[in-house]
Design a protein around this ligand. Structure first.
Ligand code: ARG
Length: 465
């Protein structure tokens, strides 16, 4: 068993099927950059505290640079027998630099190493997700500014309820994605803590400077208990949850785009590049992209539930079960990044059909609440006003007319408080303009909130590079 770094106490070879079953190299090789960066920080620190000589550390750091170049050039041979990225890199390092390569692992275990690598990996990737969320936020704000006055029926229970605008609707999604970004910024804080120095589980007898390693890696601090340091995967769970919420928001947006682009609604048209046809029905233009975005929530939620279940009841400290943490994280990460990138383009390029949305506002008595509020402002208790406005709706329905088409005497018969000025509140435009309360859909509000949205985005996650 001379070929295994842990082979000393073994007499028989590992079975091939066991090697294949326990190996993580097939998926954890994605973390090779982080693994090398972590090892280099560890080597530098070992020299600083006198465990290695400066010369030895320099050899290790340089050798690791060369291993990285080999991986990037595609000349590195990945073999299941090397188990994982940590052992594969170390083995190749030793082949290149000789026996000193064997000193790299002094004061370290794969248990603290792997925890660090996944943290470094997410610390590199979460900012990419944040950039994408920022891009989506900007597209939504741009649309909101341009479509401040474009009327849209607002719905509850998917029944026409009160008039809003496309601008206001886009801002609702802006709020969701801004919260998603807030959550990720917060997750990033807890991700950027270094477990290195926790060893296998019980720390180390070497005078390691854990804080120096954390600083070297750009982390905010260290995990303060060695048992927790090697067994904590909360940062991965948090990321998976954050990704689930992003995908949930994307699925709600997608569902609306599917509905709005249907023949029944036709409020919007998705650009041709985002749709596909049918192999049998020549007239079809299917909204595949939003449908698929909606469908992908399944796998992302599965990833979250999968890792929660893996971690449930695990005793301290490291257990091999935890190797199952990486694939769900990678899958959710890939899914959320691709989904955000495509949504940015889809939202940017979709076209509105303002005529269709306006038409939908003429039927459905969307200003009935405004009539009730009109009566309430004239002194009628709101409950009674609601009742009177309800009777106005019944009357309009009977006559097959809109509320604003009811004659004054018919309205006055419902309540003597009605005057000719009632028609000013019955129009959709007046209803909208009157909703100036903070967070309301009045066009002046939406303009102000869209401008403020840019500042909020900058304060949370400034544009990089
Ligand atoms: N490949 C392992 C993982 O992903 C690395 C840690 C292995 N540690 C151990 N004691 N076997 O979790």
């Amino acid at each position: 068993m001379a070929d295994k770094p842990w082979g000393g106490r073994f007499r028989e070879e590992t079975l091939k099927i066991v090697e294949a079953f326990t190996a993580s190299l097939g998926f954890d090789r994605r973390m090779y950059r982080q693994d090398i960066r972590g090892s280099q920080a560890h080597a530098r620190m070992l020299a600083k505290v006198g465990v290695l000589t400066e010369d030895e550390a320099r050899t290790l750091v340089q050798g690791l640079d060369e291993v990285r170049s080999e991986i990037e050039a595609g000349t590195f041979a990945f073999r299941d027998a090397d188990e994982d990225i940590h052992m594969a890199v170390e083995k190749r390092l030793t082949e290149r630099v000789g026996a000193v390569g064997g000193k790299l692992h002094t004061g370290r275990s794969r248990n603290d190493q792997v925890a660090l690598d996944l943290r470094l990996y997410l610390a590199d990737e979460i900012p990419e997700v944040l950039d994408l969320l920022r891009g989506l936020g900007e597209v939504l704000l741009t649309r909101a500014e341009a479509e401040t006055d474009v009327l849209l029926p607002g719905y509850t229970h998917l029944q026409r309820a009160q008039p809003v605008t496309f601008g206001h609707h886009w801002l609702a999604y802006f709020e969701m994605f801004l919260r998603d970004a807030e959550r990720l910024v917060d997750t990033l804080r807890r991700t950027r803590r270094s477990p290195l120095g926790a060893g296998a589980l019980a720390g180390s007898p070497y005078p390691l400077d854990r804080e120096a390693v954390a600083r070297d890696l750009g982390f905010e601090g260290v995990c303060r208990n060695s048992l927790d340091a090697v067994s904590d995967r909360d940062f991965a769970l948090e990321f998976l949850f954050d990704a689930s919420v992003v995908m949930t928001h994307l699925s709600r947006l997608s569902e609306e785009l599917v509905i709005w682009s249907s023949q029944e609604f036709r409020f919007i048209e998705l650009s041709d590049g985002f749709c596909t046809g049918s192999s049998i029905m020549p007239q079809k233009k299917n909204p595949d992209v939003p449908e698929l975005l909606r469908g992908k929530v399944g796998r992302v939620n599965g990833n979250l539930l999968g890792l929660l279940t893996t971690l449930k009841s695990l005793p301290l400290a490291y257990n091999k079960d935890m190797q199952e943490d990486k694939e769900p994280v990678f899958d959710s990460l890939d899914t959320v990044k691709r989904s955000l990138a495509i949504t940015v383009e889809m939202v940017r390029t979709l076209r509105l059909r303002p005529d269709r949305a306006r038409e939908a506002l003429t039927a459905g008595y969307l200003t009935a609440t405004d009539l009730a509020d009109y009566l309430a402002r004239k002194g009628l208790p709101f409950r009674e006003a609601h009742e009177a406005a309800g009777r106005a709706v019944a009357l309009a329905e009977e006559r097959g007319s809109g509320l604003e088409e009811l004659p004054l005497d018919a309205l006055r018969a419902l309540s003597p408080l009605v005057d000719a000025d009632v028609y000013a509140v019955l129009s959709v435009e007046a209803s909208l303009a009157s909703r100036r309360v903070l967070g309301g859909p009045a066009p002046e509000n939406v303009r102000r909130e869209a401008a403020l949205g840019r500042d909020r985005l900058d304060a949370l996650w400034p544009r990089r590079g």
